[in-house]
Design a protein. Structure first.
Length: 256
């Protein structure tokens, strides 16, 4: 880590003192400074090293400060797993109109932006499937529905257990009266009838997780927990990647 810090310090000096627009050569100094984990530092270091060698080739600097610097070992975070009892305790602590949302995410491993974008038309009770064909992006407080999702791999149809479909049907009957007649209606909405926002995690999910003895659990943690359970039972990585919407098996293997 000392070598990495030395290389970073040298880069900072170059960026601050060079007569050339060196920030163009090493934009990571500002945009990647927030990378704080070991994994982030490793990737930043590799990126920086490549830019330094490009700067040498362009005769902007005489020698790369990243030369012969060993990158720190990647330490991958351990993903939390949830037992069926854990998930049941969590769901019980939630308000009724949010229970099915969290249960669906915890079983299928959904990302927040696709879970809240689920429409009535996307649930096929006859075929026992749920299709994810759009996402909702929230940037600077503004919500945008993205019809095709962020990546093609996210557009997928998943076989869904009968008990989950029963919960969705019950949710629609209790909390979305009339929505069954509108195929484009969202299955899950906020208390005022609008699209759910990310503050759901802070205001609703976090207190429920604390009461259930699952301190620190986030909505994305539900996705990790569901996927980790697939790993535990030996599901093939290719099947996992398709199920959770990863574009490549490599991505799944790197994370899990």
């Amino acid at each position: 880590m000392a070598a990495w810090a030395s290389a970073q310090a040298a880069t900072n000096r170059l960026c601050e003192t060079s007569a050339h627009p060196f920030a163009i050569i090493c934009p990571w100094q500002t945009s990647r400074r927030a990378w704080a984990t070991t994994f982030g530092r490793t990737r930043s270091s590799a990126f920086s090293g490549n830019q330094h060698f490009s700067a040498v080739d362009a005769d902007l600097i005489g020698r790369s400060p990243a030369r012969k610097v060993a990158l720190p070992r990647i330490v991958r975070p351990e993903h939390r797993t949830l037992s069926p009892d854990d998930l049941r305790r969590l769901v019980v602590e939630l308000p009724g109109h949010y229970q099915t949302l969290v249960l669906l995410a915890g079983v299928l491993g959904l990302a927040w932006e696709e879970a809240i974008a689920l429409r009535v038309r996307d649930v096929d009770f006859a075929r026992q499937t749920v299709t994810f064909a759009q996402t909702v992006e929230e940037l600077a407080g503004h919500l945008t529905v993205v019809p095709e999702g962020k990546r093609p791999a996210r557009l997928r149809t998943m076989a869904t257990p009968a008990f989950l479909l029963d919960r969705i049907a019950g949710h629609l009957a209790l909390y979305r009266t009339g929505a069954a007649d509108d195929p484009d209606a969202l299955v899950f909405i906020g208390p005022r009838g609008g699209v759910l926002r990310r503050r759901f995690g802070e205001r609703i999910l976090r207190p429920a997780a604390q009461r259930a003895g699952l301190e620190g659990l986030t909505f994305h943690g539900l996705r990790h927990a569901a996927t980790s359970s697939l790993v535990d039972v030996g599901v093939h990585p290719r099947v996992m990647a398709a199920r959770i919407g990863h574009g490549t098996v490599k991505t799944t293997m790197e994370i899990y």
